[in-house]
Design a binder for this molecule. Sequence first.
Ligand code: FES
Length: 115
Amino acid sequence: MNQVLEETGWTTVCTIGDIVPEAGVCALVDGEQVAVFRVGGELYAIDNVDPCSGAAVLSRGLVGSLGERVVVASPIHKQHFDLRTGECLETPRHAVRTWRVRRQGDGVQVGRGGA
Ligand code: FES
């Protein structure tokens, strides 16, 4: 009853200081694991589960860039996912979902529905 309701659709998952620059963290949003990354001052969010292995590991992958694309490499098979689109670069028909992500003050918020 005394709960402060947030704007519909957004979940505060951590503070900006919880995410080491050029790395990711795992967050739980509506019971689903989301990998949230802070790269070059931008925030990105994709599913945390690697479609290849089924393991929830993408938040622990190495981030970097391939050409114009900002990517994370899966720790398991090293395939790359575009953090903006979720596309797997090695096999484009594999993709993970993207999530909306934004900064509100010190808070990092994730929302459903792709960026
Ligand atoms: S997710 Fe396995 S190669 Fe793309």
